[in-house]
Design a binder for this molecule. Structure first.
Ligand code: BES
Ligand code: MN
Ligand code: MN
Length: 460
């Protein structure tokens, strides 16, 4: 019965491919950049667009839930209280598109080239959450929904989801579910589908190093007064030793060491280092000694400078010894490391290592906790079957290096099972210029979601 039901929805999605793509393009044209207030109108516009699309797709109720920041779009269709409920989470905000000059085509004018959709948000996360809207439409319009469906699509994921946390705390009953289904991660490759079983957490700080009270002539003062940029570079480079190990005292105290057996399982995922290097145009990989690339990304914490600035960066040469230097630094965290605690360790350490000829100021930004997702839940098993149907392969469980802070919150506050069924690929270049998403990923994703609903309805 349910096989038959899914088939009707699958046919519908097959027959409406062009419309699905055109609508996604309309959404991609809205520059909903949450980090930059300049786009505030557009972010609100995207929320309205999605509300309308949910209504068109067949939800019984859709609303724009205002928050202290950008709104959350909520929608639901409850067909039978006794059936399982799938809560779809996604985000309609996108990363800034800068630097624009590195894009081959404008970031908010989507185009298809070589069967890939190019636009900011094509994969992260518009292309991915929109698959759920269309999978839902296919099931709703063919009368083949087999689970209750709720949508919660937010507009502040890329800036820390602060208001979503409040929304979740205040709406526990409304958000009640049997699984939170998220497509906002990647898989190994088109030949090797995978399901994400863990995500890293995040601590993020901005540092300011101040030397003299004003910019100085670098001849008159150079060599006699510390240059804050030089000092900042020294301080940053001391944060990791020659083995790629982070030197902040206490940083590794809670890091879980995994069994060789678990590490072996992770490393079974096909990974070709030569292809990896070629794709990135690098001659060698680098990371913490004693771990493979897969482990460095999935189960080890790390620290990176995301941006660094100060002094003169205009045309030509200006001889100046700057008064200030700045950097933005992120730390990716693994299970048991707590974001606030690690941030505090950083703050203390950075102040401790500051030489007395500079002053330092550390400002924490948003962070988030890591998450581990059960590979032994009804949802995970239903997803395995869904992939098996559509890809003819059992998906491998993987650990992703990125962060979706809200996942830990769903687990903690809603006591929900979470399923990270992402269809992105590393080459999608999320957050980078020329972000893209495979047309095939979009449609195969829709089909896999439809099949998931069928299996989850029958799941034990
Ligand atoms: N979708 C990504 C997270 C991601 C990407 C997870 C690829 C796994 C694989 C998400 O939109 C994101 O960018 N998250 C931020 C964290 C947030 C607090 C800004 C991140 O990971 O940097
Ligand atoms: Mn995302
Ligand atoms: Mn992102």
């Amino acid at each position: 019965m349910s096989e038959h039901n899914s088939q009707q929805a699958l046919n519908y999605s097959q027959e409406n491919k062009d419309d699905f793509l055109n609508e996604l393009f309309d959404l991609l044209r809205i520059p909903s950049v949450s980090a930059d207030p300049k786009f505030s109108k557009d972010v609100h516009e995207a929320a309205k667009f999605i509300k309308q699309k949910l209504i068109d797709a067949g939800v019984d109720k859709a609303e724009i839930c205002e928050t202290a920041g950008y709104p959350i779009v909520y929608g639901e269709k409850i067909i039978d209280e006794n059936l399982p409920t799938v809560l779809v989470y996604g985000h309609y905000d996108v990363q800034p598109a800068d630097p624009y000059e590195l894009w081959d085509s404008p970031p908010f004018e989507p185009v298809i080239k070589n069967d890939r959709i190019y636009a900011r948000g094509a994969c992260d996360d518009k292309g991915q959450f929109y698959m759920h809207v269309k999978a839902f439409e296919a099931m709703a319009k063919t009368g083949s929904l087999q689970c209750n469906v709720k949508f919660m699509i937010e507009g502040e994921e890329e800036v820390g989801s602060n208001n979503l946390e409040i929304f979740v705390n205040e709406n526990k009953e409304k958000l009640k579910n049997d699984v939170v289904l998220i497509s906002d991660t990647s898989m190994i490759s088109m030949d090797t589908p995978s399901i994400t079983a863990g995500l890293r957490g995040l601590s993020y700080v901005e540092v300011e190093v101040t030397g003299p009270n004003r910019d100085l002539h670098s001849g008159t003062y150079g060599g006699a007064v510390a240059n804050p940029i030089n000092v900042l570079c020294d301080m940053i480079s001391s944060l990791k030793d020659e083995n790629g190990h982070i030197t902040i005292p206490g940083f590794y105290d809670k890091v879980e060491e995994y069994s060789q057996e678990y590490r072996d399982t992770l490393n079974k995922a096909p990974f070709n280092e030569e292809d990896y290097k070629k794709e990135l145009d690098i001659d060698a990989v680098f990371g913490e000694k004693g771990y493979t690339t897969i482990e460095r990304i999935g189960i080890r914490p790390t620290l990176d400078v995301n941006g660094i600035w100060g002094g003169y960066i205009g045309e030509g040469a200006k001889t100046v010894l700057p008064s200030k230097a700045h950097a933005k630094i992120s730390m990716r965290l693994v299970p048991n490391q707590e974001s606030d605690e690690i941030t505090q360790l950083f703050v203390d350490h950075f102040n401790n290592i500051a030489p007395d000829y500079v002053k330092v100021k550390v400002t924490p930004h948003h962070g988030g906790e890591s998450a581990v997702v059960s590979t032994d839940s009804p949802a995970f098993r239903a997803a395995e079957k869904a992939f098996k149907d559509g890809w003819d392969k059992k998906p491998l469980p993987t650990r992703d290096g990125g962060s979706i802070p809200i996942v830990a919150l769903f687990e903690k506050k809603l006591k929900s099972d979470v399923l990270l069924m992402g269809f992105g690929l590393d080459k999608d270049a999320i957050h980078s210029p020329n972000e893209s998403y495979g047309v095939e990923n979009f449609f195969k994703g829709i089909d896999t979601i439809i099949r998931f609903h069928g299996h989850f309805a029958k799941a034990e």
